[in-house]
Design a protein around this ligand. Structure first.
Ligand SMILES: Cc1cc2nc3c(=O)[nH]c(=O)nc-3n(C[C@H](O)[C@H](O)[C@H](O)COP(=O)(O)OP(=O)(O)OC[C@H]3O[C@@H](n4cnc5c(N)ncnc54)[C@H](O)[C@@H]3O)c2cc1C
Length: 821
């Protein structure tokens, strides 16, 4: 045992929480748990604290992340490190030196300026600098080609080993017990719960297990069926000594376009890299005796970075290369870390896959994981890093190896809107994939699915040309949008997650989980949210009653795992009710547009008239040789049907539809058009516009809440309290008055000279003629908002404030006439 005074104390046989892994993440979680009042926290490491990846860290502590909550976590980390030395008496090497990130391309400069605008929402000081100012502040730099950049005065660096020991020391002081050289050989489990761990020194029973074992996590978690997809990659830096002109006031420098960063390191200059085509490591498993090890690495792989560095900092040419360093770090398929409660077990938590920002994230991760364990739910919306976003296939090692070679470099790549992964593609394909490719589809990836985002006309390559402005597909997607608004368009929505819940208790169980009333006649479709006890929105989906005892539930591809387990967790053990994931059993073709009825009617003997087939209903119809479920519902704001088709019939149905479609001007439409159509109609997008932090009343979804239905529902009491008190904020739709700038997400919303909120999702509205975004603002600002108000709000895009119209009702078809005709 490290540092508790007693010699070789015996491993306890029971504890409240066992944290596996003594890197910076495990120590931070133990620190926060112990300080939160948990008297019985045990941390185990197979070797010594920091001996995995942590000891390698270059030590950079940056704070600006792509979203508010992620930035808040990083900012909390920085604040914690600022005070940790004084609190624990353990040196941390923390220094607040600021950071400068610069651009050498116009697109990068736009990205940095957009980030600086975004930071205003978070209250983080970020100054935009000219190239001249950067050159003056950092005379070491050759400023050739620099176009400008940003300065964050509160960024800095620290010593990762010292920080970890300080956290461990703080944890011990608060009562945690830390044992080194105690490998966990197995995690013990019972039905739906983990029960403790097995170690080389005996078994420890625990109420809660937290897996923070860095690059070892995928395999340890998989041993109990918990899915944590990550894979190690080689990660490089070099240390130069005797660098002329170097002094300790040097801010951390990020030259994103050259994939390089620089940092003062105890009198030396550390040059690190986030190169494209990283080298996955540990393909045959991680050596058992790995401890404070370095990887031999490949100097040739790193050499181009060094050449670039010498051009940027000429003093390096005469400096001495003191050390070339390579260590393993875990990367994930989407470059975001994994934290939270595993969906597979009630009391098993995960924090791993840090993508090279583990040190700068550890404080915040420790805090939110601790809060999550103590409260039983995440303290804020953490969806972007929530372990429940992972699909089971993602722990396939070939997939991971191929993907993480790209993940590392993406950290410093330009984060263009709609940027697609290039590796490990084609994983999940709809039966229509080849047909849609032939029709010109440019596929993007979501949850492993290949989905048509837009269609290239004949002779035009179906490839993205990225930028922050209008990308090459803008006009093609606009034409798809207009076809859906004026005629009829075809979408392949096969990636929808679909479940079936059946059994004689199904209606009762589901009605308790749904805020809307799903105890309706068979054949009715109900749009509903699933809420948590706090009234926050856990899921946004439709429920179709198939017959008295069975329901079809349709939700987004991205939430397939999360929503499935949410419902599963709410089925009482004694309920007669079975939940099945049918995602792979059905494809979905959707026909949308004012002419969709006329067109679809030519293909089926079933009566599609408004009288016979009302909006919000669903039934089986004959189509070609198939029986398909036609659901009259829409996410684009037009008349239309979603056709749920058994997988093996999908191609035949599609061929019949497209053969007949030529005469009707049927157009293929992709997800970019879908998103443009839905935002004009102000349909909310779960994960962006609505999350577990937002209530349906705030989000303008009160119409889908049935307070008085028999039996109530999860979250009802919280919503009633909010209803009585009044909602603090409301989701508003905005449209930029200038038709040129593009909204993406997190742009600040200004009202009367102060920041009133930010854009939660944005896209171009081709029918409304400008960028459209949704965002929450204080209720008092929109209390008397008429349908559309034009002179109050501005939205900041890359430093420029643009006047915007605002409305609480959808600006497109506010009364839903197009849908119900
Ligand atoms: C070259 C390099 C530079 C970096 N620079 C930075 C930087 O500047 N800023 C930044 O924020 N991040 C940086 N990082 C990333 C950072 O170091 C990591 O994200 C972080 O250290 C990961 O911490 P961890 O606790 O998740 O993993 P680890 O430090 O690997 O800890 C996991 C621990 O689990 C233990 N363990 C594994 N299996 C078991 C078991 N079965 N039983 C018990 N214990 C077990 C291991 O012994 C290990 O100690 C860098 C990484 C590298 C490689």
């Amino acid at each position: 045992m490290a540092g508790n005074g007693a010699a070789h104390p015996k491993l306890p046989t029971r504890t409240e929480v066992v944290v596996i892994g003594g890197g910076v993440i495990g120590c931070s979680i133990a620190y926060h748990l112990a300080r939160s009042g948990r008297s019985d926290v045990l941390l185990l490491d197979r070797r010594q604290l920091t001996s995995g990846t942590t000891w390698h860290a270059a030590g950079i502590i940056g704070q600006l992340r792509p979203s508010i909550n992620m930035t808040n976590l990083a900012r909390y980390t920085r604040e914690l490190y600022d005070s940790l030395e004084a609190e624990t008496g353990q040196a941390t090497g923390y220094r607040r030196c600021g950071s400068i990130s610069f651009a050498t391309t116009a697109q990068r400069l736009e990205e940095l300026k957009r980030n600086a605008s975004m930071a205003k929402v978070f209250g983080l000081q970020v100054d935009v600098l000219t190239a001249k100012e950067i050159g003056e502040r950092v005379p070491l730099l050759n400023a050739n080609g620099i176009l400008g950049g940003i300065y964050i005065p509160t960024d800095g660096y620290a010593n990762a080993v010292d920080i970890t020991h300080a956290l461990a020391s703080g944890a011990r002081t608060a009562g945690a017990r830390i044992f080194e050289n105690v490998p966990v050989t197995a995690i013990r489990k019972g039905p739906g719960r983990v029960t403790g761990v097995t170690t080389e020194q005996g078994e420890v029973e625990a109420d809660c297990v937290v897996i923070c074992t860095g690059m070892w996590t995928r395999d340890l978690a998989a041993s109990i069926g918990v899915n944590v997809p990550l894979h190690a990659c080689e990660h490089y830096y070099a240390l130069f000594e005797s660098v002329e002109g170097l002094d300790s006031s040097l801010p951390v420098i990020r030259d994103y376009d050259a994939c390089t960063y620089y940092k003062h390191d105890a009198g030396k200059l550390l040059v690190g890299a986030f190169e494209p085509n990283a080298r996955p490591w540990g393909m045959d498993g991680i050596p058992d005796d790995f401890s404070f090890d370095e990887i031999v690495g490949d100097f040739d792989h790193f050499e181009p970075i060094l050449h670039g560095a010498m051009a940027r900092i000429p003093a390096l040419e005469k400096a001495g290369l003191q050390k070339f360093f390579c260590g393993p770090e875990s990367f994930t398929p989407d470059n975001r870390y994994h934290i939270g409660k595993s969906p597979e077990f009630d009391n098993c938590f995960v924090a791993a896959g840090m993508n090279s920002i583990g040190l700068q994230s550890a404080g915040g991760i420790g805090k939110v994981v601790c809060d999550w364990i103590n409260a039983g739910h995440p303290p804020v919306d953490l969806w972007e890093v929530d372990v429940r976003r992972n699909l089971p296939f993602q722990r396939n090692r070939k997939y991971l190896r191929d993907r993480v070679s790209e993940s590392l470099g993406l950290l410093y790549a330009t984060h263009y809107p709609h940027r697609q992964f290039e590796t490990a593609r084609g994983v999940r394909r709809s039966p229509l994939y080849d047909h849609l490719q032939a029709a010109g589809a440019c596929h993007g990836e979501a949850a492993g699915w290949e989905r048509p985002n837009w269609y290239a006309p004949p002779g035009i390559p179906a490839e993205y040309e990225y930028s922050y402005g209008r990308q090459n597909w803008f006009d093609y997607s606009a034409a798809e949008h207009q076809a859906v608004r004026c005629n009829v368009g075809l979408f392949d929505l096969s990636s929808f997650a679909k479940y079936r819940l059946e059994g004689r208790d199904a209606a009762r169980v589901l009605n308790w989980v749904c805020a809307n009333d799903i105890d309706v006649q068979p054949g009715r479709i109900v749009y509903t949210q699933w809420l948590n006890e706090r009234g926050g929105i856990e899921a946004d989906l439709t429920v179709t009653r198939l017959d008295e005892h069975s329901f079809l539930i349709v939700t987004a591809a991205a939430t397939e795992v999360r929503d499935f387990y949410w419902l599963k967790a709410h089925i009482p053990a004694d309920a007669h009710c079975v939940l099945t994931n049918l995602t792979s059993a059905m494809g979905v073709i959707s026909l949308m547009g004012p002419k969709s009825r006329d067109f679809l009617q030519t293909l089926t003997p079933s009566d599609l008239s408004n009288e016979a087939f009302r909006f919000g209903t669903s039934r089986e119809i004959e189509l070609e040789y198939a029986l398909v479920r036609a659901s009259r519902i829409t996410y684009v704001g037009e008349l239309g049907w979603e056709l749920y088709i058994p997988t093996e019939f999908v191609v035949g149905v599609y061929e019949a539809i497209t053969a007949a479609g030529e005469a009707h001007g049927l157009v293929h439409a992709g997800y970019h058009a879908l998103d443009s159509l839905r935002i004009e109609k102000a349909y909310r997008h779960w994960g962006h516009d609505i999350t577990d932090e937002d209530s349906p009343l705030e989000a303008g979804l009160g119409f889908a809440v049935k307070f008085d239905k028999p039996g109530g529902f999860i979250g009802r009491e919280a919503l009633l309290r909010q209803k009585t008190k009044g909602v603090p904020r409301r989701l508003v739709q905005f449209r930029l008055c200038d038709p040129l700038p593009l909204l993406h997400r997190t742009e600040p919303v200004w009202c009367e000279g102060r920041i009133a909120g930010h854009i939660t999702s944005g896209n171009y509205g081709h029918s409304l003629g400008g960028s459209v975004g949704l965002g929450y603002v204080d209720d008092s600002l929109v209390k008397d908002l008429p349908a559309v108000q034009a002179d109050r709000f501005e939205i900041e895009v890359a430093g420029e404030r643009i006047p915007a119209e605002a409305s609480l009702r959808p600006m497109y078809d506010p009364f839903g006439k197009c849908i119900r005709c």
